[in-house]
Design a binder for this molecule. Structure first.
Ligand code: ZN
Length: 305
């Protein structure tokens, strides 16, 4: 077993022993203990102070998105392997009998279900864009989506790679110069928030794990245009830090797709900033130990003011 795997497994065991993660038998799907959730909530309040002083609107969506939104946004072209669609039973009594007997026989019964018009949302910002169509007021919009759960089908033994996790996402929509200015503010702010919590941060130009050969070309162009930045901190290993925050500049992609216009009549530019909330909590437990009551007082004062 590689050293990285050993470290990963040891960290996972430690999380379980301390009641922070509750295993379910499925990789990447765990219950969270109370102490873990406390850290998640307090981090959310810390970040919320910034969005409140920026005057962000607060909007909440359940962890779902219309299937048509994924189609329109091009998600199935770039990330079909991460997608999860909600299926449901809509057959008659005869079909129901067959379904039950398939279960009894230990057969795969999923063929009796049909896809609905909903998918699990893969990014907290997706459900927002279709609701924003139309002309924005002067100065555009800033939305704080709080911590919405998102789903990505990537089962892994890495405790920092979950199938369902929360993103504290903020979305800026408006003319390009305002969106870019906001990006500049958060690039510095995001790093300083993480550093103030005692985390060693590296900021990197990054790309998404797009699917297939076409995807590799997209990733390369995304990197070249510096559309995505990540803040990485050590979780399992110091040498291979994990992305805990990502910043995505979509230029006019969502503006054009969903008919979002700036008040000058041009397609709005959009960008989103997402904190991977579970990953930040994991990084804090890794850095400061499994007992938050024993964390450094500088960190405790920020999280529990
Ligand atoms: Zn987003």
């Amino acid at each position: 077993m590689s050293d990285l795997k050993k470290e990963r497994n040891a960290f996972f065991d430690e999380l379980v022993e301390n009641g922070l993660f509750i295993p379910t038998g499925v990789a990447g799907f765990y219950g969270r203990g109370g102490a873990f959730e406390d850290v998640v909530r307090q981090f959310g309040l810390l970040v919320g102070q910034y969005s409140e002083s920026d005057g962000a609107e607060r909007i909440f969506f359940p962890p779902l998105v219309q299937k048509t939104t994924l189609e329109r946004a091009g998600y199935m072209e770039t990330m079909p392997h991460l997608c999860g669609v909600v299926h449901s039973f809509s057959g008659d009594e005869g079909e129901h009998k067959k379904l039950l007997s398939a279960i009894k026989e230990g057969e795969d019964w999923s063929g009796f279900l049909e896809a609905t018009d909903l998918a699990l949302t893969p990014a907290a910002c997706y459900p927002l864009y279709p609701t924003a169509s139309g002309t924005l007021k002067e100065g555009g919009r800033l939305v704080d989506l709080d911590a919405g759960y998102v789903f990505r089908r990537e089962p892994s033994e890495d405790p920092a790679r979950l199938q369902m996790f929360r993103q504290r996402e903020m979305v800026r929509m408006g003319p390009p110069e305002l969106v870019q200015e906001w990006r500049g503010v958060w690039m510095e702010r995001g790093e300083s928030v993480l550093r103030s919590l005692g985390l060693d941060v590296v900021v990197e130009v990054a790309s998404d794990p797009f699917f297939g050969r076409g995807g590799r070309m997209l990733s390369a162009s995304q990197k070249q245009q510096e559309l995505k930045f990540e803040m990485q901190v050590p979780i399992v290993s110091r040498e291979h830090p994990t992305a805990v925050t990502s910043f995505n500049y979509h230029t006019s992609h969502f503006g054009e797709t969903f008919g979002i216009l700036s008040n000058d009549g041009e397609y709005a530019h959009t960008a989103c900033l997402g904190f991977g909330v579970e990953r930040i909590a994991l990084a804090l437990f890794r850095r400061h130990g499994m007992q938050p009551t024993r964390w450094p007082s500088s960190v405790r004062t920020l999280l529990w003011p």
